[in-house]
Design a binder for this molecule. Structure first.
Ligand code: CS2
Ligand code: MG
Length: 396
C-alpha cells in the first residue's frame, strides 16, 4: 500500500479546525487533527508545502519511520507548528493502520485496560452562584469531575470565563494575581459547602503565577481536596515546581503547552506533577503520546490529556484510544464543542454517567464530510492577550 494523496481540510463549524486526510492507492484513507488554535494556517501551509510532498509513495504502515523522517528531517525540529502538523499525519496513519487491520486503534496499542473513561468538563461563571448553578447542572447530567473557573471582580475577561475568546484581533484582558489569589480559595470554600465533597474539582491557573503565588494558592486549596491544580507556572519555569511540590499536598498537573516528551521529562522524572496534560494534537500525535505515557508510568505519574474544544473530534477520539490502552490513565478532559461541529465531523466520544466510550469501529472511528466542511470557511481568530495593570504583557 502506498500513500497517494494528502488533503489539508481547513473548516470553521463554530470554530477553526485543520484536518489531515491521507489517501492511499487502495482506497483506504485516514484522518488526523492538526489544529493549533490561533495559528491554524501556519500548520496548514507547513503540511501542504513541506510535509505532504514527502509522503507520496510511502508505505503508511511505517508510522515510526515516517514520524522520525518528518521530525528529524526538518532539522529545525519541534515547536508547536511542526509538532501539530506531525500530529495530524500521525493520527491519520494510525487510522489507516486500524482500518487495514479491521481493528480499533486502541486494540493496536495493546487493547483495553479499562471499559470506560472518566472525564471532566468545564464549568464557569461571572460569580459563585453562576458557577454553583452550572456545576449542579453538570452533576445532574452525570459528571463526576468538573473544572471550575470564576470571573475575578475588577479584572476584564478572566481566563475560562469569557464565552468565545477567539477574535479577529486579540481581546485584551487585564490580569492581577492578588484579587485572583484572594477569590479562588473562597470559591472552593463556597462550592464544597454548597455542592459537597463527592464531586472531583479541578482548577486551571493557566500558567499565570509566580512560584510564591502558586505555592500560596496550592497550600490554601489543600483542604478542598482538588483532583488537581493545573498549569500553575509558565512552561519556561519547570524548575519552579520543585519548590511547590515539596511544600504542598495539592495534586499538580501541567503540560498542554509542551510539544514533546523532552518538554515533559523534568516534571515527570522528578515526580513534580501528578498528572501530565499534554495535547495529542500538539506533541506529534498518538505515537508520542504512547511514549510520554510510558515515561509517566515509569515515574508514577498519570495522564490527563488536554481536551479543549479547539482541537477537533478526531483528536478527542485519538485521546480515548490512548486512554483505553495505557495503564496509568488518570482522567480525560472533554470540553463541549460548538453545535455545528457534528455537521462536519462524524463520530465522537459517547458520554454516559461521567464516563466516555467509543464504538468498536476500525481505525479511530471518525469521518469528515468535506462538502459540509466547505460550507464553513476559515475565520482568522486570535487568542486573547493579557495585560498587567501597568500595561505590560502577562501570560494569558
Ligand atoms: C485550557 C485550554 O482546557 C484547558 O486546560 O487551558 O482551553 C486552552 O486555554 C486552550 O486550548 C487555548 O487554545
Ligand atoms: Mg489548561
Amino acid at each position: 500500500m502506498q500513500i497517494k494523496n494528502i488533503k489539508v481540510i481547513v473548516t470553521s463549524p463554530g470554530r477553526n479546525y485543520v484536518t489531515v486526510k491521507i489517501e492511499t492507492d487502495e482506497g483506504i484513507y485516514g484522518l488526523g487533527d492538526a489544529t493549533l488554535n490561533g495559528r491554524e494556517l501556519s500548520v496548514a501551509k507547513t503540511l501542504e508545502e513541506y510535509l505532504a510532498p514527502l509522503l507520496i509513495g510511502k508505505d503508511p504502515d511505517n508510522i515510526e519511520h515516517i514520524w522520525q523522517y518528518l521530525y528529524k528531517g526538518a532539522y529545525w525540529r519541534g515547536g508547536p507548528v511542526l509538532m501539530t502538523a506531525l500530529a495530524g499525519i500521525d493520527m491519520a496513519l494510525w487510522d489507516i493502520k486500524g482500518k487495514v487491520a479491521g481493528l480499533p486503534v486502541y486494540s493496536l496499542l495493546g487493547g483495553k485496560s479499562r471499559d470506560k473513561i472518566l472525564c471532566y468538563t468545564h464549568v464557569f461563571g461571572q460569580n459563585f452562584q453562576e458557577v454553583k448553578d452550572e456545576a449542579l447542572e453538570k452533576i445532574a447530567e452525570g459528571y463526576k469531575a468538573l473544572r471550575v473557573q470564576v470571573a475575578i471582580p475588577g479584572l476584564k475577561g478572566t481566563y475560562g470565563t469569557v464565552e468565545d475568546d477567539a477574535r479577529t484581533l486579540p481581546f485584551v484582558e487585564t490580569w492581577d494575581s492578588r484579587p485572583y489569589l484572594n477569590i479562588i480559595p473562597e470559591l472552593f470554600e463556597f462550592l464544597r459547602t454548597e455542592i459537597g465533597d463527592e464531586i472531583h474539582l479541578i482548577h486551571d491557573s493557566h500558567e499565570r503565577l509566580q512560584v510564591s503565588e502558586a505555592l500560596k494558592l496550592a497550600k490554601e486549596l489543600e483542604k478542598y481536596d482538588l483532583l488537581f491544580l493545573e498549569d500553575l507556572l509558565k512552561p519556561e519555569n519547570k524548575d519552579g515546581f520543585m519548590q511547590i511540590r515539596n511544600q504542598t499536598s495539592t495534586p499538580l498537573a501541567m503540560g498542554e503547552l509542551f510539544n514533546s516528551k523532552w518538554d515533559a521529562l523534568l516534571l515527570i522524572k522528578e515526580q513534580l506533577i501528578d498528572y501530565i496534560r499534554c495535547d495529542l494534537s500538539h506533541i506529534g500525535g498518538i505515537t508520542e503520546a504512547m511514549k510520554i505515557a510510558a515515561l509517566a508510568e515509569t515515574f508514577h505519574v498519570k495522564t490527563a490529556w488536554h481536551g479543549p474544544a479547539d482541537i477537533s473530534p478526531v483528536a478527542h477520539l485519538a485521546n480515548l484510544h490512548v486512554d483505553y490502552a495505557i495503564t496509568n490513565f488518570g482522567i480525560q478532559e472533554l470540553a463541549e464543542f460548538p453545535d455545528q461541529v457534528d455537521k462536519v465531523f462524524k463520530g465522537r466520544p459517547e458520554f454516559r454517567d461521567g464516563y466516555l466510550t467509543i464504538p468498536d469501529k476500525p481505525g479511530l472511528g471518525c469521518d469528515i464530510d468535506e462538502k459540509a466542511a466547505a460550507e464553513y470557511p476559515y475565520k482568522k481568530a486570535y487568542l486573547p492577550i493579557s495585560e498587567s495593570p501597568d500595561g505590560s504583557v502577562h501570560e494569558w
